[in-house]
Design a protein around this ligand. Structure first.
Ligand code: DLL
Length: 433
């Protein structure tokens, strides 16, 4: 099933023509209407006439989060505020907050993109969609809300949190689809079990659309096994609009709607464009956005691109599951460690639960120490403390072989680590405190 079949299955040559036409128009518009971009282009010695085809894309300068912060709140907007109909904002955990704005057309493009995604995950007007992403300044709740309504599904706008109510309403109303962070889904499943509700047999839930934070293939398998649902990945960022790109039923990458977004992957250090299949940082140019158009936006997210037509029939390029962020990589004893690598290892041990925390300390001798706390699985019963010690050693050995750095592993009782309703925070870096 498709939402917009003629576009979703359009030939790649035709998509390319659309992209080239829109890219030329974008460059002209931002040059004419945004002082920020005009100055950037001038500094790079570029005028709109230099951008004729997609091959010219790499001549354009990058934009990044620090640009949005430096020009807070409206310095990168390219329309007068009278044309803005909505704002979203980030909390600004690492500095000044950032504000994003949308025209009516921006909202429509966002909804259109996510409608295509919802339908590609098998969601239809027969579904009841429980939206357990936060509503408000975060884009997850409202993004899913309008798209699910547009396809004619019944929306349950419960937002994140209030976990007992989530389970009760899921059971009583017969929600068939849930949208939330993967870590919140794990918590919901655990909470339901404590209430004596088995999501697989006591509810009608059949599809979950999970994103806003990194998660692994192993976590997908665990969610599906625990709840009996089919779990799909969704990616987006507030600067690009919000949740935008999802997997389809094939589950082999997330479709990026090429009529609205032009993607590249670049070497995070040098900024050099990388080829299809090569891992690097995702860079996105928005082809339709009006209020906050982004030229070569450095997302900070690591992935690779697959151009081949998907077996679902969609021709648009795919990005693979996000492998991590350039800035959530931690350096431990000089070695680069991504939290997603740690999750990947932990989830391979059936004895372990899904909740974990990475703690970084600096010892008196100046050396870094990494501790990985992870819960024992509820199902795994231990009689002797020596079993735990042996398990900790096996996990530490496996982490060492994958990460190349030693981590102290502490297996803790189920239910003891912090749970998250929104984005999970898995790293506590006490070296900086
Ligand atoms: O998280 C938008 C969103 C809402 C996406 C609901 C999916 C579902 P921000 O708060 O601006 O926007 O955070 C964007 O979250 O740069 C990634 O690092 C991370 N992220 C988002 N989706 C995924 C995903 C929303 N599927 C930042 N896998 C991005 C891994 C993700 N990381």
């Amino acid at each position: 099933m498709y939402w917009n079949p003629s576009i979703e299955r359009m030939s790649q040559d035709d998509l390319r023509l659309i992209q080239e036409r829109k890219l030329r128009a974008l460059v002209r518009t931002v040059y004419d209407y945004s002082q920020f971009y005009r100055e950037r282009f001038k500094a790079a010695g570029i005028t709109p006439d230099d951008i004729k085809s997609l091959e010219d894309l790499s001549k354009l300068p990058f934009t990044k989060k620090s640009d949005l912060r430096d020009t807070y709140p409206f310095g990168m907007f390219a329309v007068p505020l009278s044309q803005v109909v909505r704002f979203h904002a980030s909390s600004g955990t690492t500095g000044k907050p950032t504000v994003v704005g949308y025209t009516t057309n921006d909202i429509n493009v966002w909804i259109e993109s996510l409608c295509r995604g919802l339908v590609s995950c098998g969601v239809s007007n027969k579904d009841i969609v429980q939206i357990a992403y936060g509503y408000g300044l975060f884009t997850g709740g409202l993004g899913f809300h309008y798209a699910a309504e547009k396809i004619g599904a019944a929306v349950l706008p419960i937002s994140a949190g209030n976990t007992q109510r989530q389970i009760e309403l899921m059971r009583d109303l017969g929600s068939t689809v849930i949208a939330c962070t993967p870590s919140y889904m794990l918590y919901l499943a655990e909470f339901a079990a404590k209430m004596g509700v088995d999501i697989a047999s006591d509810t009608k839930l059949r599809v979950g659309i999970f994103g806003a934070e990194p998660w692994s293939e192993e976590t997908r398998k665990r969610i599906e096994k625990k709840t009996g649902i089919s779990a799909f990945d969704v990616y987006g960022t507030s600067e690009l609009s919000g949740p935008l790109f999802t997997e389809c039923l094939e589950k082999c990458g997330l479709h990026v709607w090429a009529d609205h977004f032009l993607i590249e992957v670049v070497d995070p250090k040098t900024g050099e464009q990388l080829g299809e299949g090569e891992k690097g940082e995702l860079v996105v140019t928005t082809l339709s956005k009006e209020a906050l158009p982004l030229v070569r936006w450095r997302t900070g997210d690591l992935t690779y691109i697959e151009m081949e037509k998907c077996s679902c029939g969609r021709t648009h390029p795919r990005i693979m599951r996000i492998l991590g962020r350039t800035d959530d990589m931690v350096i431990v004893r000089g070695i680069n460690v991504f939290p997603s690598q740690v999750e990947h290892v932990l989830m391979r041990f059936p004895e372990l639960g899904e909740h974990y925390m990475i703690i970084l300390d600096r010892k008196e001798d100046g050396l870094d120490e990494m501790t990985v706390q992870v819960e024992l699985s509820e199902k795994f019963k231990v009689d002797r403390i020596s079993d735990i010690i042996e398990l900790e050693k096996r996990v530490a050995d496996e982490l060492k072989s994958v990460l190349n750095v030693w981590a102290k592993v502490e297996v803790v009782n189920p239910g003891t680590l912090q749970r998250f309703e929104g984005k999970a925070k898995r790293v506590l870096d006490r070296r900086k405190i």
